[in-house]
Design a binder for this molecule. Sequence first.
Ligand code: HEC
Length: 183
Amino acid sequence: MFAKHSKIITITAIATSLSFGALYATAQEKYGIGTSVGPDEIAKYDNDIHIDGTGLPEGSGNVALGREIYEYQCALCHGEKLEGVREMGAQTLHEGRRDIKKLPYATSLFDFIRRAMPLTDPGTLSNDEAYGLTAFLLVETGVINDPNLTLDAESVKAIKMPNRDKFIIDPASRFTAKDLEDK
Ligand code: HEC
């Protein structure tokens, strides 16, 4: 019974995606809108990094590089001293809800910066620049006390954020403490 149902669901899903695909293709031909997305284009966005560091790219960057990029590309919204520019919609990155220090994993910080920032032009930072910005932000917020910090995949993975152990599992969640264990 169940197997039969799931077959029907699968067939429906395939049929739906085929017809959507066909619709999309028709819209391209008929109205000249939209473009096909190839593997190269998809790869640009399919670059998320796991908290354990899986997916971290090659390259490295230091605080000096991060500071330079920050001044040109980030300060207009996040402020010279990370205080946040209200008119640009950014809160401080140094205190309060958005405090960098509160993040449980440095890998997520790198991932977020490279994928989502600068807000006006995401996806344009090189890996070195994203490593440099991660280093700069961790030093500026006092997580790591080393003005010459250089980061790469191995060292980002090794950072233990000060707040990591303060996260608790929501009892209503399907996750258990085991899911958060270091691998
Ligand atoms: C056009 C404005 C703008 C620019 C430019 C910009 N950001 Fe942001 N950024 C935001 C906004 C808005 C948020 C949302 C969170 C908030 O309220 O601050 C954000 C969030 C972030 C966060 C997440 C903070 C958190 O804990 O949730 C980080 C880290 C960050 N930005 C880094 C950068 C870096 C690094 C650059 C430069 C490469 C940059 N941003 C450029 C507007 C901007």
